[in-house]
Design a protein around this ligand. Structure first.
Ligand code: FES
Length: 160
């Protein structure tokens, strides 16, 4: 097993910050138009030395183990970052503790990046909208109104 495979396996086996955060200040949800996987991220802020910083972050991933591994390390990295600092982190930076991801898995880290940006109110503004909603998305969108943003698409509202 290579170093990256071992780190991925460890993060998948022992994911940090997995699960819904009931007292979150922000939530972001994205679906990948490439593979249909979804990721949701919750963020809680706090004041530190007169600055607003991320106190903690948590996530749920539907369908992708690499996204779980990246979100696990990313939610640890985010602690103490200001919203602007967090928004400026690329998927590569968020996945850095795991090492360089294989090319086929780079979009998994971008899914985490997009969920983070969506939570921080910075939805992706470019890219093609997906022509059809993934079946998984229809299953995962809860009854209440929820803004869903495709990683390569435009914001859309669920009809609930
Ligand atoms: Fe699509 Fe990982 S395979 S997000």
């Amino acid at each position: 097993m290579s170093d990256i495979e071992a780190k991925l396996a460890d993060a998948i086996e022992n994911p940090q910050n997995l699960g819904e955060m009931v007292d979150a200040d922000a939530v972001g949800t994205v679906g990948s138009a490439d593979c249909g996987d979804m990721l949701r991220m919750w963020i809680k802020f706090k004041e530190e030395n007169g600055r607003k910083v991320i106190d903690r972050a948590s996530f749920q991933s539907f369908g992708c183990q690499t996204a779980i591994a990246v979100a696990s390390v990313a939610t640890e990295l985010l602690k103490g970052k200001t919203p602007d600092e967090a928004k400026n982190m690329s998927g590569e930076e968020l996945a850095a503790p795991l090492g360089a991801l294989p090319p086929v898995k780079i979009h998994c880290a971008q899914l985490v990046e997009s969920a983070l940006r969506n939570a921080l109110g910075d939805a992706p503004a470019t890219g093609k909208p997906s022509s059809t909603a993934p079946t998984l998305l229809e299953k995962m969108v809860p009854a209440q109104k929820l803004k869903v943003v495709f990683a390569t698409g435009k914001p859309r509202e669920s009809t609930g």
